[in-house]
Design a protein around this ligand. Structure first.
Ligand SMILES: NC(=O)c1ccc[n+]([C@@H]2O[C@H](COP(=O)([O-])OP(=O)(O)OC[C@H]3O[C@@H](n4cnc5c(N)ncnc54)[C@H](OP(=O)(O)O)[C@@H]3O)[C@@H](O)[C@H]2O)c1
Length: 341
C-alpha cells in the first residue's frame, strides 16, 4: 500500500468543522498529486450482480447508472425513491437489469429484512458497495437507539456484510468455480483522519451534537467504517490468497443531496459553493467504479482511494488491535439486538 500524503487532505487544512471540511474538499479536488489511471471502458461487469446501498440519490444513483451501463445486474438498496430512481437508472444506462430493494439502514430489523430477501432470491453478489450516508443537522437515534451516523455508516454495514457472508450471498473466491474474488467497497471520507480515536470503553454510546460539532461525529463514524474495512480485509484474507477484496475510498467533494439537512439560512450559500466547486456525482463515481470493477486491481485487497489517488487509510484505522476490538464490540452490540422473530 502506498503511504498517505498527509493526515488531513492534500492541503493539511483538515476536516474539523463544516468550513475546513468544505475548504479541504475544494483544494483536494484541484490537486493532481499521485493520481492513478481510472477504470477503462473494457472494465465490464457482464453477468455480475452488484448491490449498492443509498442508490436513490447522489453518488449511489450515478454509480448504479455506470455499473448497469457496464453490464451488471444492479440491485439498488434504498430507503426512498422506489420505483422512480430505478426507472431513472434504467433510462440513463439503457439497461433493464436494474432492481430496487427497500431498506432503512437506521433500523437493524430492516437490514435483516434486506439480507433475508437477498438470501431467498438465490442471487450471488459479485460487488457490494456500502455507500448510504448522511450528515444530519443534529443528533438523533436509530430505531435501536444508536446515534444515526454510527448506525448507518458503521453498524448496519457490519450486520449486512456478516449476513451476506453467513448466508452465502457473498461467496469467497475458490468456492465458486471460475469466479473471481467478490469485492466489497466502503464509501468513506477523508474526514476519518481528523476524528478523535475510538473510545472502546464507551463503544456505541449515543453522542449528542448540533450543527457545530456534527462534522466531528461524521468523521468519527467514518473512522469506524474505515477501521471495519481494514479489519474485514484482514479477516477474510488471512494469508497471501485474496478470497474477498475489501476496499474503501473517499469520493471527494460531491454536489449531491448530502447537505439536505443544512440550516435554511446556510442552504442557498452551500448550494452555490457545491454547484461551483464540487464534482458531479457521475464524475465522483470514477474511484468507486475502479474499485468495483477494474481488472488492474484483481487479486488485491485493502486499497484506499481518495478520489483517484491511492493512499493508506489513517494509522488509527489500520491498527489491527483496534480493528479486533471494534469487531468484537460491534458483535456484542448486534447480539444485543437479535432479529425480530
Ligand atoms: N457529498 C460529499 O461531498 C461526500 C464527500 C465524501 C464522502 N461522501 C459519502 O458519499 C456517500 C454518498 O453520499 P452523497 O454525497 O451521494 O449523498 P446523498 O445524495 O445524500 O445520498 C445519500 C444516500 O444515502 C441514503 N441514506 C441515508 N440514510 C439512509 C438510511 N437510513 N437507509 C438507507 N439509505 C439511507 C440516502 O437515501 P434517502 O434519499 O432516502 O435519504 C441517499 O440515497 C455517503 O456515504 C457520504 O458520506 C460524500
Amino acid at each position: 500500500m502506498s503511504k498517505s500524503t498527509t493526515d488531513s487532505g492534500a492541503t493539511g487544512v483538515g476536516h474539523h468543522n463544516a468550513f475546513s471540511a468544505t475548504l479541504t474538499g475544494i483544494l483536494d479536488r484541484f490537486s493532481s498529486t499521485g493520481k492513478i489511471e481510472g477504470p477503462g471502458e473494457d472494465d465490464r461487469l457482464d453477468g455480475r450482480s452488484c448491490l449498492i446501498t443509498g442508490a436513490s440519490s447522489g453518488l449511489g444513483k450515478a454509480l448504479a447508472v455506470e455499473l448497469a451501463r457496464r453490464g451488471a445486474h444492479v440491485l439498488m438498496a434504498c430507503r426512498s425513491g422506489i420505483p422512480e430512481a430505478g426507472e431513472d437508472v434504467k433510462r440513463a444506462s439503457g439497461s433493464q437489469n436494474v432492481e430496487m430493494l427497500p431498506v432503512d439502514l437506521a433500523d437493524l430489523d430492516c437490514v435483516h429484512g434486506l439480507a433475508d430477501a437477498l438470501r431467498e432470491s438465490g442471487r450471488k453478489l459479485d460487488v457490494v458497495v456500502l455507500n448510504a450516508g448522511l450528515m444530519p443537522a443534529k443528533a438523533y437515534r436509530t430505531k435501536q437507539g444508536f446515534e444515526v451516523m454510527f448506525g448507518v455508516h458503521f453498524l448496519a454495514n457490519r450486520l449486512l456484510i456478516d449476513r451476506l457472508l453467513e448466508d452465502g450471498v457473498i461467496v469467497p473466491r475458490g468456492a465458486r468455480e471460475g469466479v473471481s474474488a467478490p469485492r466489497i467497497v466502503f464509501v468513506s471520507s477523508e474526514s476519518h483522519r481528523s476524528a478523535s480515536p475510538i473510545d472502546f470503553d464507551r463503544f456505541g454510546e449515543f453522542v449528542d451534537y448540533g450543527i457545530r460539532d456534527g462534522m466531528a461525529q461524521y468523521g468519527h463514524s467514518k473512522l469506524h467504517m474505515c477501521t471495519l474495512a481494514c479489519e474485514l480485509s484482514r479477516r477474510l484474507n488471512p494469508d497471501d490468497e485474496v478470497r474477498v477484496s475489501v476496499h474503501a475510498l473517499c469520493p471527494g467533494p460531491i454536489n449531491s443531496n448530502i447537505t439536505r439537512d443544512a440550516p435554511g439560512l446556510l442552504k442557498p450559500v452551500l448550494d452555490v459553493v457545491l454547484g461551483l466547486a464540487f464534482q458531479s456525482p457521475a464524475k465522483a463515481a470514477a474511484p468507486v467504479v475502479h474499485l468495483a470493477c477494474s481488472r488492474s486491481i484483481e487479486g488485491e485487497t485493502g486499497l484506499y482511494l481518495h478520489m483517484l489517488r491511492r493512499k493508506d487509510p489513517s494509522p488509527e484505522a489500520m491498527d489491527p488491535r483496534k480493528g479486533a476490538l471494534l469487531w468484537e464490540k460491534s458483535r456484542k452490540l448486534l447480539d444485543a439486538h437479535p432479529p425480530r422473530a
